[in-house]
Design a protein around this ligand. Structure first.
Ligand SMILES: [Zn+2]
Length: 133
């Protein structure tokens, strides 16, 4: 079985495992707990050595680009007051990461495997992930 880049993007947008497409990224019943590996195919989601920081970068970029900078611009041009901008910015800094936590993991995995599709077990043939390292 071969996983294409369009499948990786589709699975990333649907919070599914990039390798097998199962909706197994997160532990059942827990909003903020990612599975260490896919229960269906064994793909490691947290690939070690700071990989968990990737979703933080995604969320930080999203929050700054779509909340903090627009609020700053609105405040600079006098459309909202500085107190309102700071209050809304602070609220967004907590709300957006909480709301997009799952998507940030999925988008990070999507980006990682989009550029390194050969790292997916289904794209490596018989070579198992554990045998590589
Ligand atoms: Zn899987």
């Amino acid at each position: 079985m071969h996983v294409t880049r369009s499948q990786i993007v589709s699975r990333g947008l649907h919070q599914a495992c990039p390798n097998c497409g199962s909706r197994t990224l997160f532990q059942p019943g827990k909003r903020f707990a990612i599975n260490p590996a896919c229960p269906a195919c064994g793909l490691k989601f947290d690939r070690g050595d700071g990989f968990f920081l990737g979703p933080f970068v995604v969320i930080y970029t999203f929050t700054v680009a779509f909340a903090i900078v627009p609020l700053l611009v609105l405040s600079i041009f006098g459309l909202i007051g500085p107190a309102a901008a700071i209050t809304l910015g602070g609220g967004c800094a907590f709300a957006i990461p909480a709301l997009l936590y799952r998507s940030s993991w999925s988008w990070w995995l999507m980006g990682y495997f989009y550029f390194l599709p050969e790292k997916l077990p289904h794209n490596r043939g018989a070579l198992r992930e554990d045998e590589e390292e």
